[in-house]
Ligand binder design. Structure first.
Ligand SMILES: Cc1cc2nc3c(=O)[nH]c(=O)nc-3n(C[C@H](O)[C@H](O)[C@H](O)COP(=O)(O)O)c2cc1C
Length: 388
């Protein structure tokens, strides 16, 4: 019998091995029935929420959350940045108690983790920003930075809130209109204001491709953006300047900080122009494509700021060890954008709450494992960077 001529025994043996292997795989794979969408209690990492969100949401809603500028190089680089930072643990340290509470710009928080401002939560869940805020408060009195492009009015979200709310501003070109927005937000009780300085002329390719389809799976034909110039340049925020910032600075009586800072020079300008904080962000890769990851620019910004104001960071953070790396490089707190949206779209308020609980538990674990039991004990000696 040639070795290619299968005997009955070999065929049966082979089948047995196959059956055994798939049985084993089945036992090891908790989501082995892939037609079933996993439940909240099956979420292990924040990334699990993305798959559930993708399964539940119409494609255009899912994609609106996930896409980034142009070829999405910076979106990927934000994640890559974390693999260029090693955590170097110290042993023989008592980590039986881990301290994570902090205070930033006058707001006390149980963990240095906050929710980034992101638009339109009503597309993700019927309770929109109300749900996000309830969840971040329940999880840890985590401040939630409500977007200027929220689905519900800021005043109503703030009135319903039991925990601290901060406000994110997209200024209007008219100083008076901007003043009105700022005064309303402060009257409603926001504890701090972030002014978004980036994303001046972003172009997203993914929805551009959808416009070539007759209809999206949601049944709607996406609108074609109308630009008043021959280029891919939305005019919305092309007129920003530091002078404009100086004009609106007096209207803000609570701590005021700039979001979208990526250089030491701009961080210095933030302080010169009387801002109280620096928020390092590339809008989760939605600002300029081929920009650096925020983790890469964090050290030079921290050096420039010299502890004069807090440095907040976002873009690409998905786990507690990601957060620990930024803290070690000098960030005062980390914000998460998409992960909170995945939680909301997947499970509503309980989903957002669980996302934060996972991040908090992972941060505590990472601090314990690296022998850094307090926020004060986290410093540059915890990391080795190999940025490229
Ligand atoms: C769908 C979506 C909407 C966003 N909307 C806003 C917004 O309204 N205002 C703003 O300042 N930033 C906005 N951002 C940027 C976030 O504040 C944040 O910088 C980014 O999500 C952080 O990256 P991450 O999603 O990887 O955590 C948005 C981001 C996403 C993904």
């Amino acid at each position: 019998m040639s070795r290619f001529d299968p005997s009955r025994r070999r065929v049966l043996g082979g089948l047995g091995a196959l059956a055994g292997a798939s049985l084993l795989r089945g036992q090891q794979d908790p989501f082995r029935d892939h037609s079933r969408v996993p439940g909240l209690d099956e979420m292990v990492t924040t990334l699990d929420f993305e798959e559930v969100f993708r399964a539940k949401a119409p494609r255009e809603i899912y994609d609106y959350t996930s896409y980034a500028a142009e070829g999405e190089f910076t979106l990927r680089r934000n994640r890559e940045g974390f693999s260029w930072v090693d955590l170097v643990p110290r042993g023989v340290v008592d980590v039986s108690f881990i301290q994570t509470a902090t205070e930033i710009l006058g707001t006390k928080m149980a963990y240095p983790i906050m929710a980034s401002p992101t638009s339109g939560h009503g597309n993700l869940h019927k309770d929109g920003e109300y749900a996000t805020h309830q969840a971040t408060t329940e999880a840890s009195a985590t401040p939630y930075i409500v977007s200027n492009a929220s689905s519900f009015p800021f005043e109503k979200i703030a009135a319903a809130a039991t925990g601290p709310v901060w406000f994110q501003l997209y200024p209007r070109q008219s100083v008076d209109e901007t003043r009105e927005i700022l005064e309303k937000a402060q009257a409603a009780g926001c504890k701090a204001v972030a002014i978004t300085m980036d994303q001046q002329a972003t172009y997203y390719e993914r929805p551009g491709h959808y416009r070539n389809l007759v209809e999206t799976p949601g049944g709607r034909t996406p609108r074609r953006p109308t630009f008043h110039n021959p280029y891919r340049v939305p005019e919305g925020r092309l007129w920003y300047s530091w002078k404009f910032l100086d004009e609106i600075r007096p209207f803000v009586k609570v701590p005021f900080f700039a979001k979208g800072i990526l250089t030491a020079e701009d961080a210095e300008l933030c302080i010169e122009h009387g801002l109280n904080g620096v928020y390092v962000s590339n809008h989760g890769g939605r600002s300029v494509d081929y920009g650096p990851s925020t983790l890469e620019v964090l050290p030079e910004i921290v050096t420039a700021v010299r502890g004069r104001v807090p440095v907040i960071i976002d873009s690409g953070f998905r786990s507690g060890s990601d957060i620990l790396k930024a803290l070690a490089l000098g960030a005062s707190a980390v914000c998460v954008g998409r992960t909170a949206r995945w939680g909301l779209g997947a499970f509503g308020a309980p989903g957002v709450k669980r996302v934060f609980e996972i991040l908090q538990a992972e941060l505590v674990m990472a601090m314990a494992q690296t022998g850094r039991p307090t926020l004060a004990s986290i410093d540059r000696t915890l990391v080795k960077t190999r940025f490229r």
